[in-house]
Design a protein around this ligand. Sequence first.
Ligand code: F6R
Length: 606
Amino acid sequence: MCGISAIASHKQVASKLLNTLLNLEYRGYDSCGMSIYDGVQIQHKKNIGNVNEVNHKVDFLSMKGSTGIAHTRWATHGGVTMENSHPHPSNDNNFAIVHNGIFSNYQDLKEELIQKGYLFKSTTDTEVFSNLLQDEYRKSQNIEDAFCESLKKIEGSYAIAMITNYNPGVIYAVKKDSPLVIGVNDGTNYISSDINAFISETKDTILLGDFEYVIMTKDSYEVKKLSNRNKILKEVIKVKWDRETARRGGFSHYMLKEIFDQPQTIRNALQIQTDQLEEIARKFINKEQSFCVGVGTTYYIAMIGTYLFSKFANMYVPAISSDEYPNLIPVKKDHHVLFLSQSGETYDTRMAIRAAKNCGASTSAIVNVVGSSISQTVDHCIYQQSGPEICVVSTKAALSQIIILWQVALRVGVLRNKLTQKEADAFHDHLHEFAEIIEKVLNEESGFIRGLAMETSNINNWLFMGKGIYYPIALESALKMKEVTYLHAEGLPSGFLKHGTLAMVDENLYSLFFLPSREKTHLFESTLMAIEEVKTRKGKVVSFCLEDDTKTKELLDYYFVIPKIHSELTPLIELVMAQLFSYYSALHLGLNIDKPRNLAKSVTVG
Ligand code: F6R
């Protein structure tokens, strides 16, 4: 998982490449580098650290030339070292490449190349490709031949961009199972892992498909099929995201901005066309069994989906974590699987899709990133239109997925005659109201949540608990807390407590309970009972309640005040408040909130 950028221009490219790297940094930030053809030969600068740190060490802007490639890395094969950072030159320095993905057969290829006398400086899989290029060029003396023949030899997933001394001013790039997009402009053309990299320069974009390659100069591009080298005519898409959307918009962190974006992203999700939702809803009706699949946060969202389908459509839709999918045999020809993925690039989810398709199952997806691998692989894809999510941890994209699942569940409920259209419309209206209420909660409660986070940020161990739909809400909230604060937060069903975890409770243990509204009598009372169990053992309890609920307040050590809303929407309010609680806890601890240690935005490796 890494970010790739390549630019051919009529001007110097170092500063443009640097900007694209900064925009791609969320994809990985343990090392980075640049190679630029300086008029005589390719020059390289790279080192370990994030983009600004490396720039400080090596001074990218001193590099001269108008054609170059750049890379920001998240280590997979080979440790975080300068040798392993990209770009990787061939032994003779006539080729330089940047790569995202994994060459699964690189060890065999490396062995063969070593036998031929090639030397390897790094322990990466990537360097194999640079030397394969040199080796193939030696045979054919033709760059395109060398590029295509080298690609024939490799297996695995890749997005690659290459420059060569033999053809200055030209960039070669190709993709399979890893994202790559082209940006076209007057006199400067771009290739990148993500539209965000160049959105401030151009919105005219071309999506590259798997096994397609592009030969690009500053004022031309030619896309070809790898199998027969035939030219492909590609549509230029105008991206709607603007520069401002991709920026922090005055917030101190992307995470905070993205939490505050949520009223708008909910509205966007509510504007998704009915026929899009209908198409997926029909799959739930027409297929014998449906599943909801995602990983990490999106698995927890899939679990929330299970409760929504149960509630609104009286249908059991099990959630499966993509990474566990290969260990189960859940899917048959008559089944339908709905995949969730913000990035649309997650390896585990892509592999689960592949397995589902191999079984002949019908596939659909809810994805945020337009043109991403998952969106192109499934039978039907809904784009959630949340805009770019830059913070490594997911907030707005996750909530939008819930809103879309909610609408699909309502539609399935109507099709199954479990809900009338009138009832479904009423719920739809409540979701619109929810956008308003969230806006108010964010503006009015942030200060209080921040205060509480400051008071509790020294607590090292948390239990996050809930029952019913509040259980996956607790799991997701605990994940957020872990990711940004590095504190231990364990999510569990509150009914589980007395079956073991209660042993941990003493005056030092803090629990956050996701408490339903009183209208949900059974859920409310049984969650309250679990709170009592903790309180009896002197454990500290934080929870949510209405302003006038003095009885509940008396039981709690700390509480967040929630507004009076429809009882089905309470879990979503609590989810958003818990996002803020994690954010402010991490802020108080002075952590790198947008890029937590050891994590990266899209996990494209297994
Ligand atoms: C957590 C988080 C991750 C992702 C997971 C799947 O905040 O963002 O757990 O949810 O890596 O990513 P996508 O949704 O891109 O498939």
